[in-house]
Ligand binder design. Structure first.
Ligand code: PLP
Length: 396
């Protein structure tokens, strides 16, 4: 009889968003028609920009004519798009070859699939609070997981020390859920650790486009030594509103090798075996993001989310509530007032001001006592939510 992957039994129920939806449902049953202010979602709310829409339409039309029709695309991405993405990195001072770049259907797919390149005996380090997929993908793979807790004392940006034993290291900067961003020096410490230990960093850059401070690194490859110890997974989901359209890219430098095996070559072999490429339509749509017009238009959308962050940060500043994130990230991570647990604070906001956020405890035990606001919502609702939050917490 077939033996299923028994590691699935080790997965914890992913009840965070389920529990939130149950609580909202119960509230609406008690208060029919109540207006809710949703700052919990990690999804974007603005549509794709015009440059992308136009490119997608053109790509659909191309598929209607024999002369312009495209069948299977190259598994690692259209050469011109790989080149475009490498040039995009060059504009930020990171030199990549187009062969270092692989196009994908998004970061989630890659974060799971990339584990094919690593033996099951490796130990995985997850810095917590964390995006839950890191832990779950490694549980499914049967790997040992080391949880490195972070907290207010280190601004949710922990540093490696020599007691750590890890082979695969997840770093997400700007971070989901904390919005914290590693400085150049802090990332350098991780890169130095990985090179010393022979470990590999899986750098999740899904939120890099939200960094506005010029001295903060947007790519791990801005850090000296990263080409021999890191790969980077990126996505247009939050950068350009592709959550439902799907597009991402992964950078694996050709220098990245262990035990005489080259990870770039292995990934080429993996993609050419397990995929038949990203659709022509999506690659053409994604290409438009990297044009000057596309860049200007996606910046307009990001500006809207940043305005949402400003409403919330000003409110928390006035209330003297501790938080991180917001300025260089689309998430704001705050300390729950009056020693409330994160679920108590969730209930309090829902019942008193109909504002919904995400309890920090859902992102790992060290997230207890903290709370995440997303800035991806509608601006009027976010402004109203910030005003309600001020009115509620200023009278305590
Ligand atoms: N990485 C992080 C940290 C995320 O928060 C998300 C989505 O919310 C993803 C990856 C997944 O992105 P994608 O939509 O490209 O699969």
């Amino acid at each position: 009889m077939v033996i299923p992957n028994l590691h699935y039994k080790d997965l914890k129920d992913s009840y965070l968003f389920f529990k939130i939806s149950q609580k909202i449902k119960a509230y609406l049953e008690e208060h029919p028609g109540a207006r809710l202010y949703r700052l919990g979602i990690g999804d974007v709310s603005l549509p794709l920009c015009d440059a992308v829409i136009q490119a997608l339409h053109e790509a659909v039309d191309d598929q209607a004519e024999a002369e312009t029709f495209h069948g299977y695309m190259p598994e690692c991405g259209a050469p011109s798009l790989r080149e475009t993405i490498a040039t995009h990195y060059a504009s930020r001072g990171v030199n990549l070859s187009s062969q270092d770049v692989f196009v994908s259907y998004g970061a989630s797919d890659e974060l799971g699939d990339i584990l094919d390149l690593f033996d099951r005996s490796n130990t995985t380090l997850v810095i917590e609070p964390a995006y839950p997929a890191y832990v779950d993908a490694n549980v499914m793979g049967g790997r040992k997981i080391v949880h490195l807790a972070s907290g207010k004392e280190n601004g949710f940006l922990p540093q490696p020390d020599n007691s750590l034993e890890a082979d695969i290291i997840y770093i997400c900067s700007p971070n989901n859920p904390t919005g914290a961003v590693f400085s150049r020096e802090q990332l350098q410490a991780w890169v130095d650790y990985a090179n010393r230990a022979g470990a590999i960093i899986l750098f999740d850059a899904a939120y890099e486009a939200f960094i506005e401070d010029a001295d903060l690194p947007r790519s791990i490859f801005e850090i000296a030594g990263a080409r021999t110890c890191a790969l980077e997974i990126c996505s247009l989901s939050k950068t350009a509103g592709f959550t439902g359209t799907r597009f991402g890219y992964t950078v694996i430098p050709q220098e990245l090798s262990r035990y005489g095996m080259n990870f770039n070559d292995m990934w080429v072999r993996n993609r050419t075996t397990k995929t038949n490429g990203v659709s022509y339509i999506l690659q053409k749509g994604a290409s438009a993001v990297f044009t000057p017009l596309g860049q200007r238009q996606i910046r307009e959308n990001i500006k809207v989310y940043k305005q949402n962050a400003t409403y919330l940060m000003r409110t928390l500043d006035k209330l003297a509530v501790w938080y991180c994130g917001g300025k260089n990230a689309p998430y704001i991570w705050l300390e729950c007032p009056s020693d409330m647990t994160s679920w108590e604070f969730f209930d309090y906001l829902l019942q008193e001001i109909q504002v919904i956020g995400t309890p920090g405890a859902g992102f790992g035990t060290c997230g207890e006592g903290y709370f995440r606001f997303s800035t991806f919502g509608n601006p009027e609702d976010t402004k109203e939510a910030a005003e309600r939050l001020y009115a509620l917490l200023s009278r305590r």
